[in-house]
Design a protein around this ligand. Structure first.
Ligand code: NAD
Ligand code: UFG
Length: 338
């Protein structure tokens, strides 16, 4: 029987790619999104990729009445919960907005699921829950010391879902801690288009390569890393999307809560990303070395072995592939979906 999956935040970057992976695996995604950080024209792009337009409900995950109606109107096998805010700096400036959206929103969703008897939940957590790690690779049981309200909001939800799982038999929950998702679907039809000046490296690099920004500023080259620039575990967004499908299957077949790192286990420096992007685009990328960005962790990457063993999944697309796919999307859609 076809399984319908409620995908909150499904119009966003990771959610839209996961809708593609769900459709290819035979699931029917239904998107709930308030369009606070996304564009409804993504739906037509999803139709072009998958052959059918996902059902779209415009609304907010914190709207209790709407959630009750959604679960009573149709039946869902499970929920993948992406909806939330994700800008670290904004979370420092306006923590209540982050606790309201990310924490309260997750509570409203989980209550509606409990009331409707839907007990399979995949939750978007983040490597940011680790804060500054003692060492890398980071295993899941490393200390959680998030350094900002965004990270704390993710950890609070993780802890609440652990309590929920312990309190009531039957819940099947996967808490997925993403490292640095980048890239785009290989069609170039969907991708990441941040509003305003990008905070993150890959969208910034894309905008420099396409000529929308003069140069990249590298935030420090005096870290204790091989070339002095920051090191991260970049993972292709389609690998991440496929990881969600694997986590969903696992959750459905095992009555347990799992907490898993979704990363590749390999770190790349800012300069290595710049060089890979130059190869992918055939353009040289102007950059300058600036000061360190306050709050940045010098280097970290995942220990992905638990996810690999549990889900029989791993991120296999290379950094070059991530850059090729980001570049294809950026060139074809310099203004996003507009
Ligand atoms: P995104 O902003 O592109 O997607 C989030 C989507 O949720 C957007 O479409 C937005 O409109 C929607 N949304 C936000 N609040 C909502 C609400 N209250 N009700 C309904 N819809 C709402 O972000 P993304 O990069 O796709 O991230 C998805 C999830 O993954 C987030 O929870 C984020 O915290 C988490 N995450 C992202 C990263 C990353 O680097 N992109 C890393 C770790 C974790
Ligand atoms: N960087 C630059 N120049 C830029 C942007 C970034 O040099 O213009 C550097 C950063 O200093 C860092 C690396 O590129 O060394 C990656 O930075 P990102 O901002 O792309 O990613 P972060 O690892 O800092 O943070 C991201 C998300 C967080 C999330 C975290 C862990 O923004 O929300 O990954 O998942 F919590």
């Amino acid at each position: 029987m076809t399984q319908r999956v409620l995908v909150t935040g499904g119009a966003g970057f990771i959610g839209s790619h996961t809708c593609v992976a769900l459709a290819s695996a035979g699931y029917v995604p239904v998107i709930l999104d308030n369009l606070g950080n996304s564009d409804p024209r993504v739906l037509e792009r999803l139709r072009q990729i998958t052959g059918s337009t996902p059902k779209f409900i415009e609304g907010d995950v914190r709207d209790r009445a709407l959630l009750a109606r959604i679960f009573s109107d149709e039946s869902f096998s499970s929920v993948i919960h992406f909806a939330g805010l994700k800008a670290v700096g904004d979370s420092v400036a306006d923590p209540l907005a982050y606790y309201d959206n990310n924490v309260h929103g997750s509570f409203v969703l989980a209550s509606a699921m409990r009331d409707a008897g839907v007990n399979t939940l995949i939750f978007s957590s983040s490597a940011t829950v680790y804060g500054e790690p003692e060492s890398s690779p980071i295993p899941e049981d490393a200390p959680r010391r998030p350094a900002n309200p965004y990270g704390r909001s993710k950890l609070m939800v993780e802890e609440a879902l652990n309590d929920l799982y312990r309190s009531q038999p039957g819940w099947r929950i996967a808490l997925l801690r993403y490292f640095n998702p980048v890239g785009a679907h290989e069609s170039g039809l969907i991708g990441e288009h941040p509003q305003g000046k990008p905070n993150n490296l890959m969208p910034f690099v894309c905008q420099v390569a396409v000529g929308q920004r003069d140069r990249l500023q590298i935030h420090g080259n005096d870290y204790a890393t091989a070339d002095g620039t920051g090191v991260r575990d970049y993972i292709h967004v389609m690998d991440l999307a496929e990881g969600h499908v694997a986590a969903l299957k696992h959750a459905q077949n095992h009555g347990e809560l799992v907490t898993l790192n979704l990363g590749t286990g390999k770190g790349a420096s800012v300069l290595e990303v710049v060089q890979a992007f130059e190869r992918a685009s055939g353009r040289s990328l102007p950059y300058e070395i600036g000061p360190r960005r306050p709050g940045d962790v010098p280097a970290y990457w995942a220990d992905p072995s638990l996810a690999q063993a549990t889900l029989a999944w791993q991120g296999h697309r290379s950094l070059d592939q991530m850059c090729v796919d980001s570049w294809r999307w950026q060139q074809a859609n310099p203004r996003g979906y507009g």
